[in-house]
Design a protein around this ligand. Sequence first.
Ligand code: HDD
Length: 734
Amino acid sequence: MGVKERVGKTSDTRVNEEKIEKDTINEKISSLTYHTESAAEEFLTTNQGTRINDNQNSLKAGERGPTLLEDFLLREKITHFDHERIPERVVHARGAAAHGYFQVYESMAKYTKAKFLTDPSEKTPVFVRFSTVAGSRGSSDLARDVRGFAVKFYTKEGNYDLVGNNMPVFFIQDAIKFPDFVHAVKPEPHNEIPQASSAHDTFWDFISLAPESMHMIMWLMSDRAIPRSFRMIEGFGVHTFRLINEDGESVFVKFHWKPLLGVHSVVWEEAQMISGKDPDFHRRDLWEAIEKGAFPEWELGVQIVPEEDEHKYEFDLLDPTKIIPEELVPVQRIGKMTLNRNPDNFFAETEQVAFHPGNVVPGIDFTNDPLLQGRLFSYIDTQLLRLGGPNFHEIPINRPIAPVHNNQRDGHMRQTINRGKASYQPDTIKGGYPIQAKAAEGGFTSYTERIEVNKIRGKSRSFFDHFSQAALFYNSQSDVEKKHLTDALSFELGKVERVEIRQRMVGLLTQVDETLATNVADALGLPVPRQPEYPMNHIIPADGDPKEYQPVKVKQSIKKSEALSMANTIKNTIKTRQIAILAADGVDEASISQMKSALEAEGAQTAIIAPKLGYIKSATGKEIKVDQSFLTASSVLFDAVYVPGGAKSSASLKENAKALQFIYEAYRHYKAIAMDDDSGLLKASYPGNKMLSDTLKETDLAAKGIIVNAHAKGATSNAKDFIKAIAQHRFWNR
Ligand code: HDD
């Protein structure tokens, strides 16, 4: 019997083969990156290719005897296993990634010569890794944290990496402070507590001594730090970069990613619960959406600032703690990115991918942002350690699709077998090739920038306004968002043990907003100081004059910016939203099937949740398959809840503590709820809640996202109202 007959194909292998065959867009990289181990048709071998006959028993002196050193099968297997782990990323250790493509809408040749931004017919393959920052590889997805949003474009002119975050600013202005910042936010070194959380003394100690962080702190304390999904976050390149066109002209640019599903978050209590119920919530969400064909999409946005406007604004374009308000420079949406394929192997792709802000292509260039300048060193350096040597660009996921020819040679794990005698340039032995490319041939030329300055350790006065944009962010939030931000600060600082750190933070908050500072101080049982007090001598150079380092306030032209509030995001789709249908024996089968198909027609996904797995029996005796039981499902993992009709089913849910808890949590987390036949279920789920105990009119309840007794109206109208409510995401008016 041949191998094929003995083994048969596993479904996994089939799926992979189909994927690789079908994948036309990624074909270019697939051919380079896949060593196709079609498991179904090959023999098990050692790494030397020797076929293995017994993978179950080690070689022993007698069946009960000691294992022999001679056993090369055992030694090879164990040795490889012993070396399976590599250092995790020092920041952004936990992540999830996907393949896809990017396509520009119209040529951007006016601004840049980068080919992937000038040819609308070109689909450029991308690999995108999302991440949290502070936690270790095994930490929860739902930590309050910044999310990394790193995109590798495999362009024909080489790899371009846009290594951004879901927040448009950063904590510090100069890379020299990065190691201190990261030491402060990571778990405290004596006991490695807390994991994946900024709510501890060292983080807030550092922040309270870094007034430039206050704008970023507003973002971090907002709901942006607890996203509903990676698919629903914005992305930002943070720094100002340059675009260069064919004529060598430069403009400044800020990059944005705008998710087509809108920007949505969970609430803090939910985030904490999800961390227990499903720490892989975001990873799973991305993976499953792509598996189901609901491909996440983002538009690439640019804010373009002409060279001559460099000094036009009340902030410095080179300061990474500042945004350019969209009211000043609108975001032009220039192309779309679609993620359409999950990685085949987490380690080979998501773990080994190496991003670097210094990977640019002709047409894109850097600015003198001092944070960016430091990053240009850090990323290569860290990959050398993490990926074990200088040849990490040869790891399949990191290989460009553009051909690579140079005289770099050797080193750990070299894959390329370079032929020939001469490995230097200039040479005549191999005819002078590879040769340098003229700019017209795609050779990278750095933008010629005139700099006439003193060499100096210091920073520009234009970097000293730390609070104006923090206030802009705060003032742009809705009342609910302001409340969440206040609660988040109260929570985080409430976990800080040293009173003097809390006090310093309240002092800094007074510079952002008096009410914010007063409310946080109240929660912490602290007085509100007139002005912030911190030991200036610690945060300025040893010989610096404290007077010269006082923050300044520059008059702002923009007081409020719509784009900063998630309240203004897209709320017109329920695509990929997860809807729980709670049911038990005696349920009305028609109301389930009608609602299910109405929701699914809009792109939502449904799951029937019942007291136990298996099947439930409808009122007419029909068997309905259960997707999850109350034991394994949880309200926090869903976007909305539907309870179909059927008196017996409702009565049994009313007796089921877990069903009641499910509805209670959906209510508390402001999610849309629909019920065909309430029969007191809602009231029972939240005894003592005033709103539910008052007999509110249906329309009042509907305004709060609760659609009741819709059966009377017929299932279709119920579904319509419910769909509208789910698209609203949350009902903060409860
Ligand atoms: Fe960084 C990883 C984003 C400042 C040093 N960074 C890393 C990743 C993202 C960012 C998304 C994960 C990439 C991946 O998925 O593999 N980093 C940012 C942004 C910053 C920033 C948006 C500010 C605008 N980073 C920053 C500074 C330094 C670093 C100032 C050091 C001077 N970052 C690193 C690093 C990491 C990294 C140590 C860790 C793992 C890695 O690079 O590959 O080099």
